[in-house]
Design a protein around this ligand. Structure first.
Ligand SMILES: *Cc1c(COP(=O)(O)O)cnc(C)c1O
Ligand SMILES: [Zn+2]
Length: 475
């Protein structure tokens, strides 16, 4: 297992600092400090760099040379081979387990389903990461920063994939102990099993995810534990590299659309930051458009942006509609509810950063039902890729935007598949089942009425003739 790397040529790393995203505040802090919000105004923090002092490649294609250095764990990593574009750490302090060996796949079978011309739909398969989700891109950056800060313990509350990722990094590197807070119920077995198997201290709160979130913050403060939850700005630095790898796979051409599921909105925020930095550095000449897809059972971003007109507005976000909507959710006791558990979130912590990304990338927000998510997921699986339910929201969202004519059939579209198929087998088996009771219990309660793309097992008596007949009939 690769851990900290030997230093070879390394970018300068005294360029990084933390900056409040609120332009009327604009407070800055050292990169070598632990914060989850601005001391002055409480807003989110960005990692920023003094780019004018940085030594950068003149063209993105110069990063291809990093492939020749694969024996160096830093350059093997799909995150850290772009170290020059996230230079907050000296190269010999980098933590890596070889994350980011992910694929951009072009697929016409899924493309036909979405309604694209052939050759135009791509799937960025982040389920191939060591812990099975895109979270590893960000976790290697957060654990790197935690180690720089001398942390002995790191904690998070999670719907599952963040905790799986943290648990993996902590046990693989032995640099610190993982403390994981989960609510009762909801978390899928695939994800829970990872936290347990990787040996994380797993604290199950008698409450839901929101309760776990409140407690992990209190406990981290009390015990001085490093918090890697979604407001950690270093995670987003690692997640920028998903976009760099897409550009790399497209031979450094910018696609027309990036389509991503939206939960806590860290990914969409990181993608916006990645492209605005590349543009400002003159490394790309145009921006792709961004589509963030909510599940209809957890559609706060959609409600705020598309129905209530909330915008980034140069950093002067009108908070009134946001407060009103939060109050409304409180009054009605509205809880997020979707089969796509990784995006089952009603109060996305990176909301403002996502508004900024939507602004810089001329973005749109859509919502899709659990029915649409599971149908799209079956198509992704049948295409030979496979993903967990939340990931398929990107494909269902692309299909919707095609139907609306927002995406043209000739556009070059990349959907992010955020998590691995095996993360949540319960949903998959329920979709394909012949057992109506299993279907109703898991999916019917969520408004899923049919499984149009189900691949049903055939039941046969234990008789050779019957088995042969059945195979001849069905294949
Ligand atoms: C965390 C997660 C998401 C949501 O990503 P955000 O950055 O929180 O918007 C989507 N899909 C999967 C599989 C995830 O693990
Ligand atoms: Zn501030």
């Amino acid at each position: 297992m690769l851990q900290t790397a030997n230093s070879t040529s390394a970018p300068q790393t005294d360029l990084a600092f933390q900056r409040c995203i609120n332009p009327t505040c604009g407070a800055t802090y050292e990169a070598n400090s632990v914060r989850t919000s601005c001391d002055k105004c409480g807003d989110l923090l960005d990692i920023d760099y003094e780019w004018d002092r940085a030594v950068l490649p003149k063209k993105l294609s110069e990063f291809e040379a990093m492939w020749n250095q694969r024996t160096n764990p830093v350059r093997f990593s799909g995150v850290w081979r772009f170290h020059e574009l996230l230079p907050f750490v000296p190269q010999d302090k980098i933590v890596t387990v070889g994350e980011g060996q992910t694929l951009l796949q072009q697929t016409d079978s899924v493309g036909d389903y979405v309604g694209m011309n052939h050759g135009k739909l791509h799937l960025q398969y982040e389920g191939m990461n060591p812990s099975g989700s895109f979270k590893d891109n960000g976790m290697c950056a957060a654990v790197t920063h935690a180690a720089m800060m001398g942390a002995k313990r790191a904690a998070c509350a999670s719907t599952g994939n963040t905790s799986a990722s943290l648990a993996l990094y902590c046990s693989a590197t032995r640099l610190m102990r993982a403390v994981i807070f989960i609510g009762s119920g909801k978390i899928s077995y695939g994800k829970l099993s990872q936290a347990l198997d990787y040996g994380a201290l797993t604290v199950q709160i008698a409450g839901d995810f929101d309760d776990a979130m409140i407690r992990v913050k209190q406990v981290s403060q009390e015990l001085g534990i490093y918090l890697v939850n979604s407001v950690n700005p270093f995670r987003l630095e690692g997640q920028k590299t998903i976009m760099f790898r897409i550009l790399e796979a497209l031979r450094w051409e910018v696609p027309d659309w990036i389509v991503v599921p939206g939960g806590n909105l860290g990914n969409s925020s990181a993608f916006g930051k990645a492209f605005s930095e590349l543009k400002a550095l003159g490394l790309i000449d145009r921006m792709p458009r961004l589509a963030v897809i909510n599940a209809s059972g957890a559609d706060t971003l959609y409600e705020l942006v598309e129905r209530r007109g909330v915008r980034w507005n140069g950093g002067h976000v009108n908070m009134d509609p946001i407060r009103e909507y939060n109050d409304l959710m409180d009054r009605e006791g509205k809880k997020a509810d979707t089969i796509a558990s990784a995006i089952e979130i009603n109060r996305p912590v990176n909301l403002k950063k996502c508004l900024r990304a939507l602004d810089t990338m001329d973005g749109v927000v859509r919502q899709v039902s659990d029915q649409e998510i599971l149908d799209a997921k079956a198509k992704v699986g049948a295409g030979g890729f496979g993903c967990e339910p939340a990931s398929a929201a990107s494909v269902a969202g692309a299909k919707l935007l095609r139907r609306e004519g927002v995406i043209a059939p000739s556009d070059r579209v990349v959907c992010i598949l955020t998590g691995h198929e095996l993360k949540d087998p319960t949903a998959t088996v329920a979709y394909h089942t012949t057992d109506q009771e299993v279907f109703n219990k898991t999916l019917g309660s969520r408004g899923v009425t049919k499984a149009s793309h189900a691949n049903r097992a055939i039941a046969v008596p234990n008789e050779l003739d019957d088995i042969i007949k059945a195979i001849q009939l069905y294949s």
